[in-house]
Design a binder for this molecule. Structure first.
Ligand code: SOE
Length: 390
């Protein structure tokens, strides 16, 4: 019988639901070294959290996260609150109580908060991981292996866009993601943070950046109800305090030439998280909207007896030989968004269970934060800005 670990989860809306589903599915489908026990769900609204706990299968609920992180029944605190200051507050106190921590992205609202979180978990000697879920899509994990095996040769370019359109209507309400005091930033921390993490994972650390941002809609109706990416608003309006779009150029430490763009105003693009990597031997291309496919161009096909047979080939990253896919279905019986979370929880539980490294950990989360902060500084001051070392 696998050993167990008691989970306490803070937050029960979009991310809380995705993590709850991951804890439910991971044992039957993937058999991790530690079996998660869904011990306690925390949310401020007693009725809402009780209903979510019944629906998702949590044993208990509390409305005060201080109580959750202090509970002797809890081994791991999972933070699914809005990104920003709440991640830091909860993580610092959870570390003091000796809990392992799994935290949604981006790790914090500022680099200094991210550093404080990193030193708290290191001092407490607890295990820590940030949920950058797209690393765990099999096609992305396969891209990592291909780059590691040298199939792209020397890397020249990283090119990423993360495009959505869910706030393009100027009357869409002012949800927490548009409030700097809660979210920390707009698409920079919400979307580009994912691209930065993928770039660090696949290509290497970013050394310096130069950015620009724009806000298209400056005032919106205040949200009366919100959850996930949906909301209703009233007549009262208030200012938007984050950017609507951001872009930056990046020079990587290894000389790679990088570009990043993130926006919530790209009509028709719903979750268009796409990257392309170009190297001396070929290219790779991935897009979350078709997440099971990896496009691969191999330059060695450019010359053959019958002329060039080169062209982008579409790899269905759903074969049992591909990362994580041994636990799922036959080839091309595709998987979805929620599997990135299930795979993340699987790696987390194995890492804690057998003592192997967790990635991305809080240091990786802080490195991502250092890039976010350098972009913000570059926009405020103008010009290229070095990314601080973490
Ligand atoms: C909304 O923009 C959102 O749900 C982000 O918060 C997530 O991090 C991203 O994966 C999908 O879009």
């Amino acid at each position: 019988m696998a050993k167990t670990i008691n989970i306490g989860l803070v937050g029960y809306k979009f991310m809380g639901k995705a993590h709850s589903n991951a804890y439910r599915q991971v044992t039957p489908m993937m058999q991790p070294d530690l079996q998660p026990i869904m011990k306690c769900l925390c949310g401020r609204n007693a009725e809402g959290v009780a209903a979510a706990a019944r629906q998702m299968g949590w044993e208990q609920t509390v409305t005060d996260w201080h109580q959750l992180v202090a509970s002797p029944d809890i081994d791991l605190v999972d933070i699914c609150t809005p990104s920003g200051p709440s991640h830091t507050e909860i993580a610092l106190e959870a570390a003091q109580h000796g809990k392992h921590i799994f935290c949604e992205k981006p790790l914090a609202a500022s680099l200094s908060d991210a550093r404080a979180m990193l030193s708290a978990v290191e001092q407490a000697g607890v295990r820590h991981m940030v949920n950058f879920n797209y690393r765990r899509c099999p096609a992305v994990a396969l891209a990592k292996k291909m780059i590691g095996d040298g199939l792209l040769g020397d890397i020249y370019h990283w090119r990423s866009v993360y495009l959505q359109d869910w706030i393009i209507d100027p009357d869409f309400p002012l949800v927490w993601r548009l409030d700097k005091s809660i979210a920390g930033s707009g698409p920079l921390g919400d979307l580009a943070a994912h691209s930065i993490d993928l770039a660090h994972f696949l290509v290497g650390p970013i050394a310096k950046v130069v950015g620009m941002e724009q806000t298209f809609v400056h005032e919106r109706p205040v949200a009366s109800e919100q959850g996930g990416l949906q909301a209703t608003g009233g007549v009262e309006r208030a200012p938007v305090t984050v950017e609507d779009a951001v872009a930056f150029l990046a020079r990587f430490e290894n000389g790679v030439f990088g570009t990043f763009e993130a926006t919530r105003f790209a009509a028709g693009r719903k979750n268009y998280n796409r990257f392309e990597v170009n190297g001396s031997r070929g290219s790779l291309c991935w897009n979350m909207e078709t997440m099971n496919e990896l496009e691969y161009y191999d330059r060695s096909n450019e010359s053959s007896g019958v002329g060039s047979l080169a062209g982008f080939r579409l790899i269905q990253a759903t074969d049992g030989s591909h990362p994580y896919m041994g636990s799922w279905w036959p080839p091309a019986h595709i998987i979805g968004y929620e599997h990135g979370f299930i795979h993340g929880v699987y790696d987390l539980l194995n890492g804690i269970g057998n003592g192997t490294p967790l990635a991305p950990d809080f240091r990786d989360g802080a490195r991502c934060q250092a890039v976010l902060e350098a972009v913000t500084r570059s926009i405020a001051q103008g010009g290229w800005t070095a990314v601080e070392a973490v």
